[in-house]
Design a binder for this molecule. Structure first.
Ligand SMILES: C[S@@+](CC[C@H](N)C(=O)[O-])C[C@H]1O[C@@H](n2cnc3c(N)ncnc32)[C@H](O)[C@@H]1O
Length: 219
């Protein structure tokens, strides 16, 4: 665990943060967000919470008892997330941090949530290590992510990516995210579903859960 915010270039996308809630994803993602937050309990961490689009779904589940933590490195996003939490009267411990250097001790959380964030995290391999570290043995890592497509869509994504990352806050269309989770020694797969859903170029999506192995040894 280290404070990489001091050594890395800042993450700051004011225009993307302003427009984010106007994109149609709010409606499209709703059923998947509902699934992601089902039966939340205990200590929960959300990675890269953006403007707090998951918060209304968390608030709706009326979870009790729940200690909800979220990290968000972009100050423009974080400000909006804080406002969303306050409007919902949802208690969120919201911190300025990156997924690659989570400011929590080992075995801190029962559940870690990632919603459309591994496309944007700068070093996803380090972030996965951090998720494994902060999850308690038996804890769940739940995710909903868009991934690199096959065939002509994949080729189109490779061509579009240089432009896309500039307009979409650093989002990468070509991430092979899921093998990072299912191939990790610390995790066993509980469920994985590939969803032919989304609008090109941010499609397809994968939703799933992997669990931190109880016998998994972490370095
Ligand atoms: C596409 S938005 C998704 C926001 C939210 N999770 C949602 O479901 O709408 C990606 C978010 O990841 C954040 N982000 C970028 N780099 C990150 C990092 N290294 N660690 C954690 N979050 C990061 C961005 O600031 C942005 O808010």
């Amino acid at each position: 665990m280290s404070d990489s915010n001091t050594t890395q270039s800042p993450i700051s996308h004011p225009l993307f943060a302003t427009l984010y809630d106007w994109f149609p994803q709010s409606t499209l993602f709703a059923p998947h967000r509902t699934t992601l937050v089902q039966d939340l309990s205990g200590r929960v961490l959300e990675l890269g919470c953006g403007t707090g689009d998951l918060f209304p779904f968390v608030a709706e589940t009326d979870p009790e008892p729940l200690a909800y933590h979220a990290i968000e490195p972009d100050p423009h996003m974080r400000k909006r997330a804080a406002r969303t939490a306050s409007e919902l009267s949802l208690e969120v411990d919201l911190r300025d941090a990156r997924a690659e250097s989570l400011p929590y001790p080992d075995d801190s959380f029962d559940i870690v949530l990632a919603s459309v964030v591994f496309c944007t995290i700068q070093d996803p391999d380090t972030a996965v290590e951090e998720v494994a570290r902060v999850l308690k043995p038996g804890g769940e890592f739940r995710f909903f992510e868009h991934v690199h497509a096959d065939g002509w869509r994949g080729t189109g994504q490779r061509l579009l990516n240089p432009l896309w990352e500039r307009v979409a806050g650093g989002c990468q269309l070509t991430r092979e995210t899921i093998p990072r989770f299912v191939g990790h020694d610390a995790f066993s797969v509980a469920e994985i579903e590939r969803l032919e859903f989304g609008v090109f170029p941010a499609t397809p999506f994968v939703r799933g859960t992997v669990c931190r192995r109880r016998d998994g040894l972490l370095e």
